[in-house]
Write a protein that binds this ligand. Structure first.
Ligand code: SF4
Length: 205
């Protein structure tokens, strides 16, 4: 997961930032030239606030550093604006999605659903760069916890097999339906700390 976060999320962001700064790769960016990137991590998850790993990007966390807002504060504010239903942020193809999030994409955003089904198929043997450098994935990778192709996965209900797996594995029934409770960003990918993409050899990072 950490590898895929770098490959699919951080890298395109860095590419775009370099474009914005006027120093596309591999141009050297002068010292002191940088963008400030605001990342919305609340005080509940301060431990996930991290610096960028390059000098031309400075991460700033206004909810923590300037406002001291918790998740509850954020929800109260959104509710006051009539936006109580605002979903937590996450990547489209996040393997931590619960069934409800997969259904929402399938039922409300058919084009995005098509994209994510294709992405799921494309990662089956691991990502192309890792394979090219000899770090091949043992087994197969899947975005859905059932370890079935996303287009065939049982996202309309929790299966008996998934319920049985709950005896041994970490996620509870609510997590299977609604995904992990925390929000996310590529700069705070929980794949750094946890396992993520499901493999038929077990869980793989
Ligand atoms: S854990 Fe976070 S950064 Fe990683 S794929 Fe999911 S939403 Fe994206």
């Amino acid at each position: 997961m950490q590898r895929s976060t770098g490959e699919y999320k951080i890298k395109p962001i860095k590419r775009q930032v370099r474009e914005i700064l006027g120093y596309p790769y591999p141009a050297r960016i002068p010292k002191g030239v940088f963008v400030e990137q605001w990342v919305g991590i609340s005080t509940d998850e301060f431990h996930r606030a991290k610096d960028a790993d390059v000098q031309y990007m400075h991460n700033r966390h206004p909810l923590i550093a300037d406002m001291n807002w918790s998740r509850t504060d954020c929800i109260s504010y959104l509710t006051s604006l009539g936006l109580a239903d605002t979903p937590k942020s996450s990547c489209l193809g996040c393997p931590f999605h619960g069934n409800a999030q997969w259904r929402k994409i399938r039922d409300e955003s058919p084009d995005e659903w098509q994209d994510v089904v294709e992405f799921d198929a494309a990662i089956r043997q691991g990502n192309a760069r890792a394979n090219a450098t000899g770090n091949r994935l043992l087994g197969q990778a899947f975005l859905h916890r059932s370890r079935l192709p996303l287009g065939e996965a049982p996202i309309d209900h929790v299966t008996a097999a998934e319920r049985a797996a709950l005896q041994d594995e970490l996620p509870d029934a609510d997590e299977l339906e609604n995904g992990v409770p925390d929000g996310c960003s590529p700069w705070a990918c929980r794949g750094d700390a946890d396992t993520a993409v499901q493999s038929d050899f077990g869980l793989a990072t």
